[in-house]
Design a protein around this ligand. Structure first.
Ligand code: PFF
Length: 470
């Protein structure tokens, strides 16, 4: 264990605090909003299987690698990579990995905050009884009214971004640790309640079948990339968020155990969300492939018909906002830490600069849902035929930048860094556990990421081999 370096930003109060913060970063809109709708768009069961396999063989090992690098470098990802590259006698340009992570963080936060703004707006809709007795059409029109109005979206996006900047400005321990302590258990309880409702909805079997019966002819190469990209996105990997959180991790704490706990919690939340949503989709004759509006057009129907729906609905959207909040702060933390380290600005100023930058990019996503809804800049590429600017941003970050970042993290951790150093930092002994990690990160992750990329670009075609749709 290297405790020779100390983070100038402080540290978590305990290992539990780190688990909570990293879980807070992982569990977010990705689990409750994104996972169900992309599963719906890519045919269900087969997509879920690919996603689960990616979590197990890529996600967990990369998470361990990121935490390990962060704790060893004890600085922002940019400076951590610089320090560790020097230590390994490697090229200083490894710090570019930190820069691409900062860029990905800004881009993700820019649209993340817009969607979190929808959740904020829905807190008030739910509270005022908008959904009582609502039909599928009624709920859809509420959603369309909101997303069709750029001014309203801008207002909610702004509020959410200010909330994010406020927490980041307060630093590592202030407020954040407490929020997650309550959030994760409460979210579980509410999702279970929704699952209970879904069970009674009459289409629970159909929903489960859709989620868990794999049909590989319904997923194509692009779907596989999206499932893999989502594994990175949902675990907050490939851009330095977990690395920077790892840099605040106090001395002895098992990186392996911690990573597994976080990945399991994150996956359970996603599956519970899927199990709540799809039965409602089928019971109401809705489309599983409805896109980003899916949860906003399904769950309100459930709230509108269950006893206590007003309270539960409000609570659900409040929790969704919290889940998004504990994730959004981790998206700009790498940039903020770097600004404090290299530009000598205070955390308050650094949070403002970073937040305002992401806020400005957010305008692109806001317009994608209304004025620019028909603007498809890359429509000449078949897989982007229907992609708005929002979709492209999401695709670029989640499916390209994060897996590429993960690939570089993998290469650095086991090809560049000395084996003794990772062995010492991971501190799990030189047994089967370490060797499994080493093999997964050394071979499996790079090969998997490269194959999936090549397959999508069409340079190599494994689809037939895997029985995927063409
Ligand atoms: N993991 C978050 C979610 O699933 O909502 C999103 C996210 C947070 C992605 C932080 C990347 C990141 F660095």
């Amino acid at each position: 264990m290297t405790d020779k370096r100390r983070s100038i930003h402080g540290s978590w109060s305990s290992r539990l605090a780190f688990v909570l913060a990293a879980t807070g970063s992982a569990v977010g809109l990705g689990n409750i909003w994104k996972f169900p709708y992309i599963t719906g768009e890519h045919g269900g069961g087969a997509f879920v299987i690919v996603y689960l396999v990616c979590i197990a063989i890529i996600g967990i090992p990369i998470m361990m690698a990121e935490v390990m690098l962060g704790r060893r470098g004890r600085q922002s990802p940019i400076n951590t990579m610089l320090t560790l590259a020097r230590e390994a006698g490697a090229d200083a340009r490894w710090s570019w990995l930190g820069w691409s992570g900062v860029a990905a963080g800004f881009l993700i936060l820019s649209y993340y905050s817009v969607i979190a703004g929808w959740a904020l707006a829905y807190v008030f809709r739910a509270m005022s009884g908008t959904f009582s007795g609502a039909t599928a059409e009624g709920v859809s029109s509420v959603f369309e009214q909101l997303t069709g109005d750029p001014e309203r979206l801008l207002a909610w996006h702004t509020i959410f971004m200010v909330m994010t900047m406020m927490v980041v400005a307060r630093g590592v321990r202030g407020g954040l640790e407490q929020a997650v302590r309550f959030l994760v258990p409460a979210l579980f309880v509410l999702l279970l309640l929704l699952d209970g409702y879904a069970m009674a909805s009459g289409a629970f079997d159909q929903g489960l079948k859709f989620l868990f019966t794999p049909d590989f002819t319904r997923i194509d190469a692009n779907g596989v990339l999206i499932a893999m990209g989502h594994a990175f996105f949902t675990l907050s990997l490939g851009m330095g968020a977990i690395m920077v959180y790892g840099s605040y991790l106090p001395e002895r704490a098992s990186i392996a155990k911690t990573s597994i706990i976080i990945a399991v919690l994150d996956t359970v939340v996603a599956l519970l969300a899927g199990m709540a949503i799809f039965p409602i989709v089928f019971a109401n004759g809705l489309e599983p492939g409805a896109g980003p509006g899916l949860i906003f057009q399904t769950l309100p129907i459930a709230f509108g018909h269950m006893t206590g729906g007003l309270v539960f609905g409000t609570l659900f959207f409040v929790l969704l906002v919290f889940a998004a909040w504990t994730s959004s702060i981790s998206l700009i933390e790498p940039a903020v830490a770097w600004l404090v380290e290299n530009r000598g600005v205070t955390r308050v100023h650094a949070s403002m600069y970073a937040g305002i930058t992401a806020w400005a990019f957010g305008l692109l996503s806001i317009l994608s849902f209304n004025r620019w809804a028909d603007f498809k800049p890359l429509s000449f590429i078949p897989i982007f035929a229907d992609a708005t600017v929002f979709k492209l941003l999401d695709y670029l970050t989640a499916n390209i930048m994060l897996p590429l970042g993960g690939l570089c993290i993998a290469i650095f951790s086991v090809w560049v860094m000395k084996r003794d150093d990772s062995l010492q930092e991971l501190d799990i002994g030189d047994g089967a556990g370490y060797r499994l990690w080493y093999t997964l990160v050394r071979y499996v992750t790079p090969v998997a990421v490269i194959i999936v990329f090549l397959n999508v670009t069409g340079l190599v075609d494994f689809s037939g081999l895997l029985g995927l749709a063409e």
